[in-house]
Design a protein around this ligand. Structure first.
Ligand code: ADP
Length: 287
């Protein structure tokens, strides 16, 4: 049988003979999916869209003060997995998540758990910067206000400034806080969205291809920022750029057709992968 893999395209949902071969052949994740200092622990996670299973039996820890990148061909389930981590898949009709996902030891899919505070604890930065159609100041102040984080105007102003500092944007925008966030450049908008995420004191920041709409200079700034943010947050990033994964992350998870094929130290994954599928992907044989 052919060993070439047809890359699944977004929404394709059609399995090729070689996909089926892979499905039957998969024997479990290679590498240690656990870390000593876990912030999030995912075990046996399956996600279905209707009848179709998009990821199966994924177990992975997200450690404190680390960046974990998720790589793999388009359609392999990276974003689906990422969205599980703050129950973003709840918004998709027909989507079902099974398995367990814990944040600081608490099951996030517990029916009693409120989703709004969870999404502050596990914030998300999207592919396309999505500032609110409001001023720069209001983009940041909104979250702390609705979560009751700042007690008065002075505290709120302080929080806005701190968040913009941490996102490396303060110096560029401090004199135009009343201007629309949407007037900023793409890279600045993305840093504004990161500042907005930070403003509600998350523990984990999820990033879904945060640089794919940005030019190389803006991308470099975001990558530097990710490295700085790691000191205070756990970060899980989906990226289609292997170079980016190598630059920003300490651990890398390789997904293929809904399976977490291999996970390990980023350096090991890119220099001496232990699974043939990982090797094929990083050497450009497919994907
Ligand atoms: P990746 O992020 O690796 O490109 P996705 O997580 O977006 O992969 O998709 C994994 C699989 O789930 C794909 O087959 C995709 O078509 C399917 N999928 C993703 N989102 C939806 C959705 N909202 N409804 C139905 N199927 C979806």
């Amino acid at each position: 049988m052919s060993t070439t893999f047809e890359v699944a395209t977004e929404g394709a949902g059609v399995m090729t003979a070689s996909d089926l071969e892979q499905e039957n052949a998969f024997e479990g994740t290679v590498g240690d999916h656990t870390v000593k200092d876990a912030r999030m622990e995912c075990r046996g996670v399956d996600v279905y869209y209707g009848e179709k299973r998009a990821i199966r039996n994924v177990s992975l820890d997200i450690g404190k003060r680390e960046v974990v990148s998720m790589i793999g061909p388009s359609g392999c389930g990276k974003s689906t997995f990422l969205r599980c981590l703050n129950r973003m898949n709840d918004e998709i009709p027909g989507c079902r998540v099974t398995g367990t996902i814990k944040l600081d030891g608490v099951e996030i899919y517990d029916k009693k758990l409120e989703v709004v505070p969870l999404r502050a604890q596990v914030g998300m930065v999207f592919q396309k910067p999505n500032p609110f159609p409001k001023s720069i100041y209001e983009n940041i102040a909104y979250g702390p206000r609705i979560h009751g984080i700042a007690n008065n105007k002075a505290e709120l102003e302080e929080l806005v400034e701190q968040s913009l500092h941490k996102a490396g944007l303060w110096d560029e925008v401090k004199d135009q806080l009343d201007q629309p966030g949407t007037d900023l450049s793409g890279g600045q908008q993305q840093r504004l969205c990161i500042a907005r995420t930070i403003s509600v004191s998350p523990e984990v920041i999820l990033m879904d291809e945060p640089c794919s709409a940005l030019d190389p200079i803006a991308t470099a700034k975001i990558e530097e920022l990710i490295d700085e943010l790691r000191e205070n947050f756990s970060i899980a990033i989906v990226t289609h750029s292997m170079q980016q994964a190598a630059r920003v992350s300490q651990r890398t998870a390789y997904f293929h057709l809904g399976d977490l094929v291999e996970v390990g130290e980023t350096n090991q994954i890119f220099t001496s992968p232990n699974h043939k599928l990982t090797e094929d992907y990083i050497t450009g044989r497919f994907g």
